[in-house]
Write a protein of this length. Structure first.
Length: 165
């Protein structure tokens, strides 16, 4: 069964949002790298790769359903923040917006009784629960650390242990 034009358009928009997230996380990785927070930079690079994978999952699904890919313009991401905490707060806010986008596409699939798309999108819904949980945990940990240089360096090292995809 072909994708409806509405679901195809919504999935293309979400795919572009995911590629935009890739850019955003790369900008965050660069910001950290320029400040010698190599662990935070590594974490953000891994996050960027994950977002590219999410975009490609949508890309492949659209193709699998005989849809048309629309690679739209990706907005230039913000590239400067006031603090480590501000970067991760921005990442958390971004994940909430991604969740809203996924939920919107899912709602459309439900309204159109597109069960195959609902099944595929359930993976994204579950993934976003994990993304929001992780980003919230990092933000709350950074709030506890505050301005402690040793705390930031320790946490930088800890987050740097994340495996890259």
């Amino acid at each position: 069964m072909r994708l409806s034009k509405k679901i195809q358009a919504a999935m293309n928009e979400q795919m572009c949002r995911e590629f935009g997230a890739y850019y955003l996380y790369l900008a965050m990785a660069a910001w950290f790298g320029q400040r010698n927070f190599d662990g935070f930079s590594r974490w953000m690079r891994a996050q960027a790769q994950e977002e590219a994978g999410h975009a490609m999952k949508l890309f492949d699904y659209i193709i699998d359903r005989s849809g048309v890919i629309n690679l739209d313009t990706i907005e230039r991401p913000k590239a400067d923040w006031k603090s480590v905490l501000a970067v991760f707060e921005a990442a958390r806010a971004h994940e909430a917006r991604v969740s809203d986008g996924i939920n919107g596409v899912y709602e459309l699939a439900v309204a159109q009784k597109d069960y195959a798309s609902q099944a595929m999108l359930q993976w994204f819904v579950t993934e976003q629960v994990e993304e929001e949980k992780t980003s919230t945990h990092i933000v709350e940990t950074l709030r506890i650390i505050g301005d402690s240089a040793s705390g930031l360096l320790f946490y930088d090292r800890e987050l740097g242990t994340r495996n890259q995809s």
